[in-house]
Design a protein around this ligand. Structure first.
Ligand code: SF4
Length: 449
């Protein structure tokens, strides 16, 4: 039988990317051939993001682009999966009626059946939505789209928190921990596939274990991941500013594989705002935690994100946040304007503010953070840093684009390293000789590992 071809577009966050890789793996195992372009393919799958309005608009734009190709007969059929599908359900087909199949977040395991229906135009059943599973779905047998040397490891699904601005629990369900032995099995599979840097992700990483084992067990999980041969670096994203037990702090500080890097979205620092956001942490708790983390983990890089323009945020409360950013000196930080998310409690709060006020505050806070981040880059000059090579530097022959401990893929910066014979995945120590904005410049020292 003629081999059917498929193209795949993966949108959104690393957790959605892991879902994409799982679906890609299932389709490849079923005998479908992956092609780089939608034009000419029998089917295109779009794994969407539904987090905030800009992400939803991007997902809809990609779907419409694929439907335009279908209209011209240049792609056979269109399958939509992921968070936007989960969030909109039937409404999605109202908005983009040309779509052949729709899969919710937890319908991903049925991607091959949906693609078969789409290709054969047996669209009696057009939509598959499954309830959030009580047991975490396994993410094995992935066809990976990240570069070979790093991969995301999803340790749980969903979230039990009730942040008033957030629609994620509505799309991804309650927190479901993936058992330690399953996570370790996946890590071993990834290591066998050439992964050197494991990037641990979840909606709420530090909550790991509480639902399944009745207690947090991230520290134990990390110690098991530390034992996986082939893995050189372990990086943690999406920590919540809670459940940093002494055991976890000891593990973070003592394991040579766990990078001194922590992504911990804080969203705000003013107590009234934190209360309106239902973050269940106070300024004092956050500041004590930051002091403890910096005290216990040498050379720690802290990444965080903030929301500005949350309903009711006064100029004084915003200024408090700006002062906090100047004082706390996060090496990495992102700032989002509050997004009005239908179905979330924050929409019912009073004092929503105009977009231009939000944007002006975002720019002001980013300016304060820029000063901090640029001075951090300058302070690295003269130091010797361990880096992992991502590939050749397209702008500088004889150089490679690498990342240090302080740089997660896609969201942080690069170290442009001068050196011979360096390959993607190599870990090489570099002497930092300069800074180019946020990026560092360096030359390779000694052996590669
Ligand atoms: S911790 Fe809060 S912001 Fe993060 S996914 Fe859960 S509810 Fe959303």
């Amino acid at each position: 039988m003629e081999q059917k071809t498929f193209a795949f577009v993966s949108l959104g966050c690393p957790k959605n990317l892991v879902d994409s890789e799982r679906m890609l793996g299932k389709l490849a195992q079923e005998g479908y051939a992956l092609v780089p372009e939608a034009a000419g393919a029998d089917v295109v799958v779009v794994n969407t993001c539904g987090f905030i309005e800009p992400a939803r608009q991007e997902s809809l734009a990609v779907i419409r682009e694929m439907l335009a190709l279908k209209e011209k007969g240049r792609v056979g059929s269109v399958v939509v999966a992921g968070c936007l599908a989960e969030r909109k359900k039937d409404d999605l087909l109202q908005e983009v009626p040309g779509v052949d199949q729709v899969l919710g977040v937890f319908g991903r395991e049925e991607i091959t059946q949906a693609v078969a229906r789409a290709i054969t135009q047996q669209n009696e059943q057009k939509m598959v939505f499954r309830p959030a599973p009580v047991r975490a779905l396994e993410d094995t047998a992935r066809l990976r789209i990240t570069p070979r040397h790093y991969a995301y490891l999803k340790i749980s699904e969903g979230c039990d928190r009730t942040c008033t601005f957030c629609a994620i629990p509505g799309m991804r369900g309650k927190h479901v921990t993936k058992p330690i032995e399953e996570v370790v099995r996946e890590a071993k599979e990834l290591a066998a596939d050439g992964v050197r840097e494991l990037i641990v992700v979840a909606q709420d990483t530090t909550y790991y274990g509480l639902d399944l084992y009745g207690r947090v067990r991230l520290a134990e999980l990390l110690r098991e991941l530390h034992k996986v041969d082939g893995i050189a670096w372990i990086r943690i994203l999406y920590a919540y500013p809670m459940y940093f037990t002494d055991e976890l702090l000891d593990t973070l500080a003592s394991s040579p594989k766990i990078l001194p890097y922590l992504d911990m979205p804080l969203q705000h620092i003013n107590d009234r705002m934190l209360k309106r956001m239902q973050r269940r942490v106070r300024r004092q708790d956050t500041e004590e935690l930051l002091a403890t983390l910096r005290g216990r983990i040498p050379n720690l890089t802290m990444r965080t994100t903030f929301i500005v323009g949350f309903p009711g945020e006064t100029e004084a409360e915003f200024e408090e946040l700006v002062a906090f950013v100047r004082q706390s000196r996060f090496e990495r930080a992102g700032v989002f304007t509050y997004s009005f998310e239908p179905g979330t409690p924050a929409t019912r709060l009073e004092d929503h503010m105009p977009e231009d006020v939000k944007t002006e505050r975002r720019d002001r806070l980013m300016k304060a953070q820029q000063e901090v981040a640029l001075s951090w880059s300058q302070a690295q000059i003269g130091k010797t840093l361990e880096t992992i090579v991502d590939g050749p530097d397209p702008e500088a022959p004889g150089h490679v684009l690498a990342r240090g401990h302080a740089d997660a893929p896609d969201i942080d910066c690069h170290v442009r390293v001068k050196g011979k014979g360096l390959q993607a995945g190599d870990i090489v120590t570099a002497k930092i000789t300069g800074a180019d904005g946020y990026d560092l410049l360096g030359r390779a020292l000694g052996a590669v590992r």
